[in-house]
Design a protein around this ligand. Structure first.
Ligand SMILES: [Zn+2]
Length: 104
């Protein structure tokens, strides 16, 4: 009798529109190290983005631009949305592996 409830979404909002994965990416931006702490003032070096000084994990925590540790930089998390490619359509008779198929 009442079939009007079929329009309701069961998976919640924004879940059935695009198929993809959301990957959180951590990046370090502005350096907040106070270089004037010894004199009681506040002065940052102006570095706007952390860049690893070396691919070596032990040295990668030092910024190549300002030389500060990575912990001085603001930590931001960016969510990258990657759309998954559609599944390959299998059409009977057009598969290149059709000649290898045996039918009994
Ligand atoms: Zn710095």
């Amino acid at each position: 009798m009442s079939s009007s409830s079929s329009f309701q979404q069961q998976n919640g909002p924004a879940s059935a529109q695009l198929s993809g994965v959301v990957t959180p990416v951590v990046c370090y931006t502005k350096c907040m190290r106070n270089h004037a702490l010894a004199v009681g003032k506040h002065a940052v070096d102006g570095c706007g983005e952390f860049m690893a000084s070396s691919p070596d994990p032990t040295a990668a925590l030092t910024c190549a631009a300002c030389g500060c540790h990575r912990s001085y930089h603001l930590r931001e998390i960016i969510y990258e949305f990657s759309v998954l490619p559609p599944p390959p359509a299998v059409i009977d008779g057009q598969s290149p592996m059709n000649s290898a198929k045996t039918e009994n």
